[in-house]
Design a protein around this ligand. Sequence first.
Ligand code: BTX
Length: 321
Amino acid sequence: NSIREGLVQLLIRHRENFLSGEEISQRLECSRTAVWKHIEELRKEGYQIEARPKSGYRLVYRPDRVAPEELQPHLSTRSFGQHFRYRAQVTSTQALAHEWAREGAPEGAVVIAEEQTEGRGRMGRSWHSPPRSGIWMSLILRPSLPLPLAPQLTLVASVALSRALKSETGLPVSIKWPNDLLVHGKKVCGILTELRGEQDQIQYIVLGMGINVNVTEEFFPKELKEKATSLAIEGKQTYSRPQLICSMLKELETWYNGYLTHGFEPIRILWEESAGMLGKMITARTPSGEKRGIAKGLDATGALLLETEEGILPVFSSYID
Ligand code: BTX
């Protein structure tokens, strides 16, 4: 598709000023209708191209892709992201990752898509994943850990991801227990840990993460506008998704290996430093009813300690949304 590539190159080189359709068609040796058709195609893929009568076209925004060839130059991990499945569109990267894990994908294998049509959250909830503006990614892990420790991996991931997002954007990213990252009180990232176990041992884990990177306000459905935000909305600029992904994978690899070697304690300390909810009153839905209390910190297993009228209670991840 050389017209298209030529067009993109021209628009990039001349992004300071307008290029007329006439000039583009001469340079690319094609008809003006062809130019217009390719401009429309690019727009559908997320390019923002301003068109002005008499002046022509000007490139305003060029979407980045999260394909392996875009990531490789930034990737400095040993195993995370070294095996890669990239798709323009999937139902859910989790579904694809489970399939791949069952076929024997190695630890660190990653599935990324530009768009999910059935992105999922916890407990049957859905995750809104519009095209090319977020990071919709699943990472396969094969830790030799007993099953009951699996929820700790969500906490390892939230520490790693909050560090990556903070260092790449400078935004005040805080952790909301157990699986969300917030900026200014709104959700920018959700983490979903799914596992397959056999006889008390973890067989594999699929760690899903969704990050609203360059999502703009109009792309959030009405019911999400109040509680969701993106890095771009908060930082008032767009961010390179490939660069963010590589930084996320680096932090994940570091803290995951650190956790396997040194245990949960270092993670617990870092987690408490980044948690936005400590000292706040929260409500947990436990099997014995709703408990209200002040979030005090994490215990040695990763349960949230809630100071209630009945004393300090450990709360497990499944009881809070
Ligand atoms: P969760 O169950 O904690 O959160 C889901 C809730 O978050 C939804 O019910 C909705 O209210 C809200 N929500 C939905 N979409 C968004 C969004 N884009 N931004 C902010 N809030 C939203 C959180 O589950 C775990 C989500 C993991 C998503 C990743 S994406 C890659 C991987 N593939 C996949 O299908 N899921 C994971």
